[in-house]
Design a protein around this ligand. Structure first.
Ligand code: PLP
Length: 408
């Protein structure tokens, strides 16, 4: 309970929802218009073209008024049939939830992973990215092509590993397998490089509340011609999620139901902001923040959850707390003393780690404040840290100036 409203802005440093820029908040505050009127059709067509640039695709992007979980279900329901086999890969909590969903939908699944736990006590597979060679091996064994789709998470938000999707594409091609490639980049889009067409992704799933800097409530399926063909054969019951009627309405910029108009105003603004900055600058900005935050964690002497530097996430960093220290108690203290929210350990790593989000509408000073809050929280919780992460991050940011988006 609070005596009074805390002064200043709350620090929302979880890996999504991310802070929403004022420019987007203002855009969303405009009056709601008729979703079947002429003005809306113009907005719809502009949006549908703009979002293709963010996914780097020339093919349709379906926009759902749903959280990311809805778009996961839509992706499976549109291409699979009950009893189909899909090959999934366990990188953490979100890939596990998607796997659970597939089984609940009546799809047969195989869940690849790396075995065992390491000296931190955490599952090895929750500290690494997707191993494309394991996918290739399994696909080669499937000579009768029973596997309908390969499903992977690009940026695993529960761990901070960003998998190499081009390598997964190469693995499928090397095995000569016709499986569809389905990729969740709910927390990767507009933070980490993502190329739907170039990487031959058939269905890309994403959401509004991460790199797009919007509130939760919109999610996406970017779909290849091969995915559209597969949807015509799919026997999974669906109606609301079905792509066909949405694609038909989208031709003129409308939806077959009432879309969330004000969130779409926000999406329009977000696309403008991201394209004004340039996607490559957006990616470089997140990479640099990730490096600065990791410099801090290294200086604290705490393990970064992602054990493979090749797949460090530019979106978030998972910090493993010493055995016997409850990471959730540290987060609670930081929330109460410094009005900052950090991400909790989910599923198999609950209480063993916390997550620092470095995505969207941040800057160097936001992250310096974030790291000082985390460092004070660690010290106040009695965690022995090796040195000052705040100093290390300042040193990193001073030595590596941001290359674009600065004031003249
Ligand atoms: N997949 C990933 C990688 C996520 O990070 C999330 C949410 O954080 C989801 C799926 C689920 O999306 P939502 O919570 O919007 O339904």
């Amino acid at each position: 309970t609070l005596d009074a409203h805390p002064s200043g802005r709350h620090f929302l440093q979880i890996p999504g929802p991310s802070p929403v820029p004022d420019r987007i908040l203002r855009a969303m505050s405009l009056p709601t218009i008729d979703h079947r009127g002429p003005e809306f059709g113009v907005l719809g067509q502009k949006l549908l073209a703009g979002i293709q640039q963010i996914f780097k695709t020339r093919h349709p992007v379906i926009i759902y008024p749903a959280s990311g979980t809805g778009a996961w279900e839509a992706a499976l329901a549109n291409v699979a049939s009950p009893g189909d086999l899909v090959l999934m890969y366990e990188t953490g909590h979100f890939s596990s939830l998607w796997h659970k969903m597939a089984t609940r939908l009546g799809v047969k699944t195989e869940f690849l992973s790396l075995p065992g736990t390491d000296d931190t006590g955490l599952p090895v597979t929750w500290r690494n990215g997707v191993q494309a060679d394991l996918i290739e091996k399994r696909l080669r064994e499937d000579s009768s092509h029973q596997i309908r789709a390969v499903c992977v998470v690009h940026n695993e938000t529960s761990t901070g590993a960003t998998s190499d999707i081009a390598a997964v594409r190469r693995a499928i091609d090397a095995a000569g397998h016709p499986a569809l490639l389905m990729v969740d980049t709910i927390s990767g889009l507009a933070c980490a490089d993502f190329r739907h067409d170039e990487w031959g992704v058939d269905v890309t799933i994403s959401g509004s509340q991460k790199g797009l800097m919007l509130p939760p409530g919109i999610s996406f399926n970017a779909i290849s011609p091969k995915a559209i063909e597969a949807s015509k054969q799919s026997k999974m019951p669906k109606s609301y999620w079905a792509w066909d009627e949405i694609l038909e309405s989208n031709k003129t910029g409308y939806w077959p139901y009432t879309p969330n108009t004000n969130l779409l105003y926000g999406l329009h603004e977000a696309i403008e902001m991201i394209l004004e900055e340039g996607l490559d600058n957006v990616f470089a900005r997140h990479q640099r923040w990730g490096a600065g935050v990791r410099a801090a964690v290294n200086a604290w002497g705490l393990p970064i959850q992602c054990a493979d530097p090749a797949v460090y996430s530019p979106v978030l960093t998972g910090v493993i707390t010493p055995a016997g220290v409850d990471a959730d108690a540290i987060r609670r203290l930081i929330y109460q003393r410094f009005d900052m929210s950090l991400g909790m350990g989910l599923g198999k790593v609950k209480g063993r780690m916390f997550r620092i989000g470095h995505l969207g509408d941040c800057n160097d000073l936001t992250l310096m404040a974030t790291l000082s809050g985390a460092e004070m929280g660690l010290k106040l919780s009695g965690v022995k840290i090796a040195g000052s992460g705040v100093q290390a991050a300042m040193d990193y940011f001073m030595a590596h100036p941001q290359q674009s988006g600065l004031r003249a």
